[in-house]
Design a binder for this molecule. Structure first.
Ligand SMILES: Cc1ncc(COP(=O)(O)O)c(C=O)c1O
Length: 397
């Protein structure tokens, strides 16, 4: 078993080896347990398993060996004691909020988290249960210090943010949350543990959409919460097994096998994205590029302290407005015009009219998401081909 010799294996090794469970058939590749329920050898054994007196699988909404392997591997990568797999990233975020908060509690989050996250934490979902949510519009530590107060139960952020690549100081905000006894959760979809480990910087819980880089090839939906044994296996698990947004074994199997190449892919995504960001910065048709590892980025020093790579996502504004941005998007032949990210295939979007289209114009303006902004989630195609694909549209401006 890895780690038996007392040596902590490197991330590349954990991604391939951690969390594997072997059935009596001694398969080499991890097995997919496509079963709804599990058989007990006697009525007495069934009774003991149902009361929790004896360990054992019962029903796949509760636990499943393939899902267990996914959880064990992800926990090892994040440096955590436990993880809890969910049906999607949003299921993870809903489970987190419902586990931590009760009526009268207060949530603090950033204005640049994923739109559906804002809806869950804010008025449309948690607001219905008497939970209030305060949205911090910037990365300024003073603004976070003002928002986090006694009564705050959950502090939630995403770093770097989408699509502007704002970088938040995880350690400093963790300290503020700790002082008021709030649970501090970081959505680590953009970096993954291959580039950033929020728990080591003071976060209590890491949130994932496995639909992004963990699978890495845009195939399955999934999500996870990662943290302490007590949080994942006792508190959040109780809510999840009853309400049922559990991860499907097939999805767990795909993401588990995807994770084997996670560190390798994240290094390559980061290398491709930085090269493209630098090239775009020098292009006369481009006004501004947002990428955390770009020297001109206001959060570059912090990003290099917290992250070992810049990740796959960059955004840039073209000279002009919506028409010019759409012209660049419509000229691509390799990049896919789609809202997803975290795929080996590069994707391109116009946030103001798609992913962020439901925000008010004023809120978009405040977040810096203008009509001329384009987001690219850089995949693993050749740098030269990606440059040529974008140059076609940019050359027409
Ligand atoms: C940063 C981030 N968190 C969470 C989610 C939600 O994940 P899912 O689509 O798996 O529910 C997304 C989806 O795009 C995302 O970008």
């Amino acid at each position: 078993m890895i780690g038996d010799d007392g040596r902590t294996p490197d991330l590349d090794t954990l991604a391939i080896r951690a969390g594997g469970l072997r059935s009596p058939f001694n398969e080499h590749s991890e097995a997919l347990f496509a079963t709804v329920s599990f058989v007990h050898e006697s009525a007495a054994m069934a009774a003991k398993r149902f009361t929790g007196e004896e360990p054992g699988y019962i029903y796949s909404r509760f636990t499943n060996p393939t899902v267990d392997m996914f959880e064990r591997r992800l926990a090892a990568l994040e440096g955590a004691p436990a993880a809890l797999a969910t049906a999607s990233g949003m299921a993870a975020i809903t489970t987190l909020a419902m586990t931590v908060c009760s009526a009268g509690d207060h949530i603090v989050t950033s204005g640049s988290v994923f739109g559906s996250t804002l809806n869950v934490l804010g008025a449309p979902v948690m607001g219905k249960f008497g939970v209030t949510c305060e949205v911090v519009p910037s990365t300024s530590l003073d603004a976070w210090a003002q928002a986090i107060r006694p009564g705050t139960r959950l502090v939630f952020l995403e770093t770097p943010s989408n699509p502007m690549a704002d970088v938040f100081d995880i350690a400093a905000i963790a300290e503020m949350a700790r002082k008021v006894g709030a649970t501090f959760a970081v959505d680590n979809c953009f970096c993954t543990p291959a580039l950033q480990r929020p728990l080591a910087l003071g976060a209590d819980v890491v949130v994932h959409s496995a639909s992004k880089h963990l699978d890495g090839q845009g195939r399955v939906m999934g999500g996870a919460l990662v943290g302490s044994e007590e949080f994942c296996r006792e508190r959040a698990y109780g809510f999840l097994r009853t309400t049922g947004a559990s991860m499907a074994p097939f999805n767990a199997w795909v993401a588990l096998k995807g994770m084997e190449t996670l560190p390798l892919r994240m290094r390559a995504h980061s290398e491709n994205a930085l090269a493209l960001a630098r090239w775009l910065s020098a292009h006369p048709g481009v006004e501004r590029v947002h990428y955390p590892f770009l020297e001109s980025h206001p959060g570059a020093t912090l990003a290099r302290r917290q992250q070992s790579g810049g990740g796959a996502v960059l955004s840039f504004s073209v000279r002009g407005g919506r028409e010019e941005a759409w012209r660049v998007i419509d000229a691509v032949r390799i990049l896919s015009i789609t809202g997803n990210l975290g795929d080996v295939k590069s994707t391109i979007t116009h946030p103001a009219t798609t992913t962020h289209g439901r925000m008010s114009a004023a809120a978009r303006e405040a977040a810096g998401i203008g009509e001329s902004l384009i987001r690219v989630a850089v995949g693993l195609e050749s740098q030269e081909d990606l440059r040529a694909d974008l140059a076609r549209g940019l050359g027409q401006l």
